[in-house]
Design a protein around this ligand. Structure first.
Ligand code: ADP
Ligand code: ADP
Length: 235
């Protein structure tokens, strides 16, 4: 069975006559344990797609199922919020770490919200930091870290609650080439070792070589889904 299913998904922002149709009938499946890329020009609907899958916003029409949960039929905000906390982890272009908190405390934050006891929280946060290779930075503050290190801390925070699906929006958009490579290696390892399904939005086509498949959006429509043997067609 698939980790993510989208069936004829539409997203319309605003009201007539000032509406923007961001997604136009997207149908797509992402397999369990897949590392999946979403590419396409600016404004093609990549971020919108990621937000819908992550339950940050609702589709106007269509069906979305993530890890067996039909999120497109969740009507209450509390239900969608519970889904977000339980099933998905987010990584953004800007790292959004809390500057006054130490690295370890930043990674513990999602567990605080869940009411996980302190000792357990600490143990889980250290384990997440170990998985992304920055356990030694646990007691530093975010401002003492390089961009690549901060993004790995943000990834630790995204996986600390053991989500089934990790969603990344331009995760290397703010990083230099060598930090980008370390972050991509981190995603590959988490995908391989934990089997977490990853969906990554990027406009950097070099990065899709890390992924099992890549979907291309154009003006809100799915223009194609590519396997590595056909990536040359995208570049
Ligand atoms: P991409 O991530 O590919 O750059 P987006 O999903 O951000 O594309 O945007 C797709 C289209 O939807 C664009 O025309 C954008 O301006 C519009 N859009 C995105 N978010 C909103 C919003 N909250 N309100 C109105 N229009 C939006
Ligand atoms: P990206 O660089 O990832 O494509 P954008 O710059 O398109 O993202 O959008 C950044 C944020 O602003 C998104 O979360 C989107 O929801 C929002 N947004 C984008 N376009 C619009 C718009 N026309 N009106 C309101 N919000 C928008």
């Amino acid at each position: 069975s698939s980790a993510i299913v989208l069936e004829d998904v539409w997203k319309v922002y605003g009201k007539p006559p000032n509406e923007t149709v961001a997604l136009r009938g997207v149908t797509l499946e992402v397999g369990r344990g897949e590392f999946f890329a979403v590419v396409g020009p600016s404004g093609s609907g990549k971020t919108t797609l990621l937000h819908l899958v992550g339950g940050l916003d609702r589709a106007t029409r269509g069906r979305i199922v993530v890890d067996g949960v039909e999120i497109s039929s969740l009507r209450r905000d509390a239900e969608l919020s519970a889904y977000r906390n339980r099933t998905v982890g987010f990584v953004f272009q800007l790292f959004y770490l809390v500057p006054r908190l130490r690295v370890l405390e930043n990674v513990e934050l999602p567990l605080v919200k869940r009411g996980v006891p302190r000792e357990e929280r600490r143990r889980m946060a250290l384990e997440a930091l170990r998985l992304v290779g920055v356990e030694h930075l646990a007691h530093k503050y975010p401002t003492q870290l390089s961009g690549g290190e901060q993004q790995r801390v943000a990834i630790a925070r995204a996986i600390v609650g053991k989500p089934r699906v990790l969603l990344a929006d331009e995760p290397t958009g703010n990083l230099d080439a060598s930090s980008s490579e370390v972050v991509m290696e981190t995603f590959r390892r988490l995908n391989r070792e934990l089997g977490v399904t990853i969906v990554m939005v990027t406009h950097n086509l070099e990065l899709i070589w890390n992924c099992h498949r890549a979907a291309k959006l154009h003006a809100g429509r799915l223009a194609g889904v590519y396997t590595p043997d056909r990536y040359e067609e995208l570049i």
